[in-house]
Design a protein around this ligand. Structure first.
Ligand code: GLA
Length: 673
């Protein structure tokens, strides 16, 4: 059962909430969808209270009408299970389904997603709603995809209620089997935490001091698994009733969504879908977008995926929301396509005039069709039609960056050496350097087959299993250049330190041994022997004495307490090498180091001689004589650029034999056979 199923070409559309509008507006919607080339809309996401206004009483009239109209116009529906927000009659009758925070505060209805996923009562109602909607529309010609709930865990991923405590205990029992094993894993010999039965265990509720770190880590794991279990229950019902319809839910694969381990969720999806919003005060937001898209592709195992939501212009939920111009909206959309998206969807089709999201942009803005936003919506729809041949193609890279939600959870636990450390910031530090030198990267989980990559970037892989550490070492042995950054390989799966000197899991690979971390204060910086600076984090590291095979110091500290000791090292390993960055290098030094590693690994940028600020990503299709490539060039500069290239430029329909001019903020897509 796989996407794209019924939808032809690249999918285009957004969340469609006709229940908020009059008949006349709904009629106009379909006309406008035709004009913009919309072929897929997500329907009924927050519609439970409208579809089941009183317990057991259903009103399908508006949804029947919507589905029929969509089918008449050839627009398909990603139909939701309508369960993303329980109706007031349900929370009124069963307040025990509400989630609780770590401080014991109940999250009340009045917004959305006020449910505890562990509540058996909530689940039975949600599954009943899912069954009802599936039975109603099973054979509807507009139905193309099931959209389970919405952004599972967006607001309620960590629930500390009594139902959650019970579910957490069951999860722990299936992980550890005996309470002795739980005691060992959680290191409960510390602070009188020894348990004599699973019944005594609680979620990591607010406590007088730091809560047991492995308890916190396991609660992250459990919370992700618990939501996935809920998805699976819904999917089982949908599969039973509509075996022919693919099922997905919208992930949040970004640098801000920490709570779900999407690598562990992906295989349950018939197609991976994600939502992405840029952050107004991030001047490098297009690079964060690129990373998030690459992460989504990694989660999708390299297969094409769906951008289920992004915004045409401003959102409403940041402090000062950023209005996009038409060029930025187009670049955002096509940067996702360049990185593997086969669907470009928005929140939402028509901008609401009431409710908490009325200042969130949409495809049809408050201003109506006499507006730049509407023009951009139409322009993008037409661009996607021209890009239809891209559908099904994939991105191929020589470099992998390892990303791991468990390391994210572990590295950011409290009571650590440097509590300002942010895992996504560490990852982005290296990703940005790769983006800036134009090298395409796969963002993959440490369990991924690493054998085809020429270079591996391993930022802050704090928590690592023996097996994953061995996979990384094997990649170096067989010829890859591996770059590991600080606070990697420190603990095992239970968050127990690997003893004998840091980084325990990678000491042999790197040929070094760190005795202690030396954390820098806000205003401290030490000099390095190439004139660059080290900030944030340093380590008392020595090269292991291995005679001729010893690691070498690439950069050394020239002042501060570690003067003369190595800050960056390189170790020859088998047919490859292992580099270590034991400090945060400034941006220039980071780029220099990345260039050295890429040169050694013989990795070249996607396009030679690219001007600064121009993004190049290639999608590939077929092999041998049937081989096709699509080179996406996105100019993020305020000036036009000329790029030496050739092929059919799909957006303008012109044949390029030698060079192509891309306007300020513009895009070109070169197709070659
Ligand atoms: C999320 C949700 C949408 C909407 C947007 C607003 O992605 O899934 O329902 O609230 O945020 O940006």
């Amino acid at each position: 059962m796989h996407w794209p199923g019924k939808v032809p070409g690249l999918a285009y559309g957004g969340d469609y909430n006709p229940e908020q509008w009059s008949q006349a507006t709904r009629e106009q919607d379909l006309e406008l969808m035709g004009e913009a080339g919309v072929n897929l809309v997500s329907v009924a996401i927050f519609s439970w209270a409208m579809l089941e206004p009183r317990e057991g009483e259903y009103d399908w009239s508006w949804l029947d009408e919507t589905m029929d109209r969509l089918a008449d116009r050839g627009v398909f529906a990603a139909l939701a299970t309508a369960t993303a927000s329980p109706p007031p009659w349900l929370t009124h009758k069963h307040p025990e389904i509400l989630p609780e925070t770590a401080d014991g505060v109940t999250l009340w209805p009045g917004a959305r997603q006020a449910y505890s996923v562990s509540s058996p009562v909530f689940r039975s109602y949600a599954l009943r709603m899912t069954r009802s909607i599936a039975e109603r529309y099973a054979d509807h010609p507009a139905l193309a995809l099931w959209h389970v709930d919405n952004e599972l865990g967006c607001h309620n991923s960590h629930d500390f209620s009594d139902d959650a405590a019970e579910a957490f205990r069951r999860w722990l029992e299936s992980r550890y089997h005996t309470v002795e094993e739980l005691n060992r894993a959680w290191g409960t010999a510390f602070w009188s935490q020894r348990y004599s039965s699973f019944e005594e265990v609680l979620p990591p509720r607010k406590a007088p001091m730091f809560v047991n770190p492995t308890q916190q880590l396991d609660f992250h794991r459990y919370s992700s698994d618990e939501l996935l279990e809920y998805f699976r229950e819904m999917k089982r019902i949908l599969r039973e009733i509509t075996p022919q319809i693919p099922v997905t839910t919208n992930f949040m694969c970004t640098t801000r969504s920490k709570n779900m381990d999407y690598f562990s969720w992906a295989s349950d999806m018939d197609v991976v879908a994600t939502d992405h919003y840029t952050i107004a005060d991030d001047p490098m937001r297009h690079i964060e977008l690129a990373f998030s898209a690459d992460l989504t592709r990694g989660v999708a195992g390299g297969e094409p995926w769906m951008l289920m939501e992004h915004s045409t212009s401003a959102v409403n939920w940041q402090q000062r929301n950023h209005t996009k111009d038409s060029a930025e909206m187009l670049r955002d959309s096509l940067s996702h396509v360049a990185r593997g998206a086969d669907a470009v969807m928005f929140f939402q089709w028509r901008q609401s005039h009431a409710g908490a999201e009325k200042y969130h942009s949409a495809m049809v803005p408050h201003a109506g069709t006499d507006s730049d936003v509407w023009d951009s919506t139409v322009k993008l729809g037409h661009a996607l039609q021209k890009l239809a041949p891209v559908q099904g193609s994939t991105v191929r890279t020589q470099v992998a960056l390892l990303f791991d939600y468990e390391s994210w959870w572990g590295a950011e636990l409290d009571s650590h050496p440097n509590n300002d450390l942010s895992y996504p910031e560490e990852v982005m530090h290296w990703y940005r350097a790769l983006w800036e030198i134009g090298v395409a990267v796969d963002v993959v989980h440490p369990s991924h087959d690493l054998s085809s990559y020429d270079a591996l970037i391993v930022p802050c892989l704090y928590l690592v299993s023996d097996e994953h550490a061995a996979g990384i070492a094997a990649a170096a042995q067989s010829g890859a250049s591996v770059l590991v950054s600080y606070f990697s390989g420190i603990v095992d799966e239970n968050e127990h330190v690997r003893l004998g000197g840091y980084p325990g899991a990678f000491r042999d690979l790197l040929g070094i041994r760190t005795e202690e971390f030396w954390i820098l204060q806000q205003d401290q910086a030490w000099g390095l022997d190439d004139g660059s600076t080290a900030t944030f984090w340093t380590e008392k590291t020595r090269l292991a004495d291995e005679g001729s095979g010893a690691a070498e110091a690439v950069l050394k500290y020239v002042d501060g307490p570690l003067q003369g000791l190595p800050a960056v090292t390189r170790h020859e390993v088998g047919n490859g090498s292992a580099w270590y960055a034991g400090t945060r290098l400034d941006e220039e030094a980071t780029r220099t180091l990345i260039r050295q590693v890429m040169a050694e690994a013989d990795v070249s940028p996607e396009h030679e001689d690219l001007p600064e600020g121009v993004e190049a990503v290639r999608r590939h299709k077929g092999a041998g004589d049937a081989k096709e490539t699509f080179l996406f060039l996105l100019n993020h500069n305020a000036e036009g650029v000329t790029i030496r290239t050739s092929g059919m430029e799909l957006l303008s329909g012109t044949f390029v034999s030698d060079a192509f001019d891309i306007a300020a903020g513009g895009i070109a897509v070169l197709h070659k056979r």
